[in-house]
Design a protein around this ligand. Structure first.
Ligand code: NAD
Length: 257
């Protein structure tokens, strides 16, 4: 399938899943806008390298997804947005009674509210173009809970709800909205949790990966960023034109438990 002529905007995409999704959409022929809150030479170099690898146009636009006006400006600056992938996300782990207020606010802003702001600006563009795909990267934690991740789980359940509402508001148009719910994917966000968790449980990093991190993932394997990207490409295909307002789990069986 070809996404030639389509423009995809992926929030939080200079690393991890967002970067994997950017590669797969570019491989399918879409022009891509990648984003993060930084403005480093390497961010622009990354855009150039994706463009070179896949022969499409790739731009890096700096915008901080914790700031409503910058979320909206990202889509406006992109100029076109046929495919919107709301991916930016952060994590913080602490019991509710010790959860820092600023972490709660940042997680809700980046992981949930940013998707509302970008979608609000992107939908009129999609309507004008006569086609659109909104793909929200939620999580297995958008469908289930774990202790100590209150803000993340509240935000990801919120993303699933926002996806359903977006789908209903666009149901009579050639626009779909769905949430991809990954289980554990080995990205910087997860890698950062391994050493501390290993210390906490007095285990080796390999042991902690298998016994703690992948405990709820029956396949005992991480999902890959390419698999998440491939799922996003599928959601852009004609085969997925009637798939809207739902979740697609890529979680090695987590939510079957
Ligand atoms: P990551 O840390 O590799 O990537 C997060 C991305 O978000 C980075 O590009 C970062 O620069 C960007 N970002 C962070 N704060 C931002 C801000 N204020 N403004 C703009 N960009 C910002 O993590 P990841 O694992 O690739 O996570 C990507 C998404 O996938 C997140 O929404 C995460 O919750 C979700 N997810 C990850 C996993 C997993 O196991 N890795 C599982 C389920 C869901």
């Amino acid at each position: 399938m070809s996404l030639k002529g389509k423009t995809a905007v992926i929030t939080g995409s200079n690393s991890g899943i967002g970067l994997g999704v950017a590669h797969e959409l570019a491989r399918a022929g879409a022009d891509v806008v990648i984003n993060s809150f930084t403005d480093r030479e390497e961010d622009h170099a990354l855009a150039a390298s994706i463009a070179k690898e896949h022969g499409v146009t790739v731009r890096y636009i700096q915008a901080d997804m914790s700031k409503p006006d910058q979320c909206r400006a990202l889509i406006e600056q992109a100029g076109a947005c046929d495919i919107l992938v709301n991916n930016a996300g952060i994590q913080h782990v602490a019991p509710i009674d010790e959860f820092p207020l600023e972490k709660w606010d940042a997680i809700i802003a980046i992981n949930l509210s940013s998707a509302f702001h970008t979608t609000a600006v992107a939908l009129p563009m999609m309507r004008k173009a006569g086609w659109g795909r909104v793909i929200n990267i939620a999580s297995a934690h958008g469908l289930t809970a774990s202790p100590f991740k209150s803000a993340y789980i509240a935000a990801k359940h919120g993303v699933v709800g926002l996806s359903k509402t977006t789908a209903l508001e666009t149901a009579r148009e050639p626009i779909t909205c769905n949430a991809i719910c990954p289980g554990y994917v080995l990205t910087p966000l997860v890698e950062a949790q391994i050493p501390d968790t290993a210390k906490k449980y007095d285990m080796s990093e390999e042991e902690v990966t298998q016994k703690v991190i992948l405990e709820r993932q029956p396949s005992k394997e991480f999902a890959t960023v390419e698999q998440i990207g491939g799922t996003a490409v599928f959601l852009c295909s004609d085969a997925a034109a009637q798939i809207t307002g739902t979740t697609i789990s890529v979680d090695g069986g987590w939510t079957a438990l």
